[in-house]
Design a binder for this molecule. Structure first.
Ligand code: BES
Ligand code: MN
Ligand code: MN
Length: 458
């Protein structure tokens, strides 16, 4: 038998091949046409779990895509039990979205692999499985009890997972949870995410005339829904970039000076912003740095807006309908339900009498915060110190993982997010990518992390 790090090193090519295999399965969780592929990804994971020696492997159904569960509880009663969460569903992708290669045929260019879901979140699925495999196959053995929970609906807002967690409360009981989804800013700077924004997402649908109308015959007598949606959306922000919905900022926790200064340290440089964003100029709530605006302040974004004819050529119509997809990022102590009420009633209030307004909610999740002095964060910090050249920086991230608040509140689990994709990995966009080096570094760091969790509790 070999040492755990030698095992990981000796098997690194196979591990990487497995990542490539999983990325080839187009598990777009929200696309009904990809349902079979999504199930195939769950099967692929369950097969690998069995192969590496996990027990009680099960594909557990939900109303939507199933969750994959497995455990290994042979480290003994004294050893801590660590729940590892990740998601195997990915965002949609089409070559025509601007990809330079087939999104579901991972392609390497200069040490970087391109493919949908490779960064978010399949690399972290494989990293945690391969860390477990290495520990289980090594002479040291695995020092902690493990429970894996890989879901297939995260990118759709995890609509069925809160109920699932309540149903399987006993099976999921653990001492702490690693949220294997997230990333780093730079390849050689370890980083611990200690806060994540919450989210509430919904659609607003505007209906005017009962059908699309000839814009010559009827133009001049109808308030055009495409115009109405534009007028309404324009009222959601103030001139200065702040959110115009009354009460929106009421519950927002303001950072104390010390934390503000800390957050400022990881502020993006203009050059980094240009590289990752590339718009002519930045924009946002006045009085806050880029890091604050993307980490510790709430936002309201128009994710999509649609109305009328946008196909080839021209069609002189007054559309019957128009709609916008809107999401708000929330920070402590904002409550998703309260914000949803507030924003939708404001939208109703500004809607003109010429249209009907309907809403459809698309899921939500509360903001989370991780206590820096919790044993799980301390163990991660030591793991980084042992495997990387620098101390970890602490950072707030702007993204959301809806289920984390549920794991914290319902299962009482101290959680920490951990992932090894980089800020420029282009998650959710075309040419999503992943640095091959980060994959191997991720496996080693995760092994060390689990060992440090065990060391701290013995
Ligand atoms: N992994 C991301 C969230 C994330 C992004 C964490 C960057 C840390 C850094 C996750 O898969 C995601 O995209 N979540 C969605 C949730 C939404 C669909 C409810 C998000 O944040 O938009
Ligand atoms: Mn993710
Ligand atoms: Mn995502």
């Amino acid at each position: 038998m070999t040492n755990v790090y030698d095992y990981a090193q000796n098997n690194r090519d196979r591990f990487l091949q497995q990542l490539i295999e999983l990325v080839r399965i187009p598990s777009v969780g929200t696309d009904p046409a990809r349902r079979a592929d999504t199930l195939r990804a769950a099967e692929w994971i369950a097969d690998d779990m069995r192969r590496i020696g996990l027990n009680n492997v099960a594909i557990l159904p939900t109303e939507g895509n199933p969750a994959v569960y497995a455990d290994w509880l042979e480290a003994g009663d004294q050893a801590p039990t660590v729940l590892i969460y990740a998601h195997y569903d990915v965002q949609p992708a089409e070559l025509s979205d601007g990809w330079d290669s087939d999104p579901f045929e991972p392609t390497e260019r200069n040490g970087v692999l391109y493919g949908r879901g490779i960064a978010d979140d399949k690399s972290n699925v494989i990293i945690t499985l391969k860390a477990a495999e290495s520990l289980l196959a090594s002479e040291e053995g695995c020092p902690v009890n493990l429970k894996f929970l890989f879901e297939g609906e995260e990118e759709g807002g995890s609509p069925n997972l809160p109920g699932f967690i309540r149903d399987y409360k006993d099976r999921l009981q653990a001492d702490m949870a690693i949220i294997a989804d997230g990333g780093l800013e730079k390849p050689d700077e370890p980083m611990i995410i200690y806060a994540m924004r919450g989210i509430v997402a919904f659609e607003v649908r505007i209906t005017g005339p009962i059908t699309d109308l000839h814009s010559g015959v009827h133009g001049g007598s109808v308030h055009n829904p495409a115009q109405v949606i534009a007028e309404m959306v324009a009222k959601l922000h103030n001139e200065d970039g702040s959110i115009a919905v009354p009460g929106f900022y009421d519950d927002v926790e303001n950072l104390d000076d010390a934390e503000r200064a800390e957050v400022q340290k990881s502020d993006m440089s203009q050059q980094e912003w240009d590289q990752n964003v590339g718009a002519p100029k930045d924009w946002g709530e006045p009085g806050y740095s880029l890091a604050e605006r993307t980490g510790s302040r709430p936002t309201l974004e128009i994710n999509g807006i649609y109305g009328g004819y946008i196909g080839d050529g021209f069609k002189t119509v007054i559309p019957s309908k128009a709609m916008a997809k809107i999401s708000c990022r929330l920070v402590a102590n904002q409550k998703p339900d309260k914000i949803y009420e507030m924003v939708t009633s404001y939208i109703r209030q500004i809607a003109p009498p010429t249209v009907h307004v309907e809403f459809q909610k698309h899921g939500d999740g509360a903001p989370i915060r991780v206590p820096l002095d919790s044993p799980i964060v301390q163990a991660l910090s030591r793991a980084f110190k042992l495997h990387w050249t620098q101390e970890a920086a602490y950072k707030r991230t702007g993204g959301s993982i809806p289920i984390v608040a549920v794991l914290q509140d319902e299962l009482n689990l101290p959680c920490v997010p951990l992932g090894f994709s980089l800020a420029d990995s282009g998650i959710h966009g075309p040419n999503e990518n992943y640095h091959v080096d980060m994959f191997h570094k991720g496996v080693d760091t995760t092994i060390r992390f689990l060992q440090e969790i065990a060391a701290a509790s013995s």
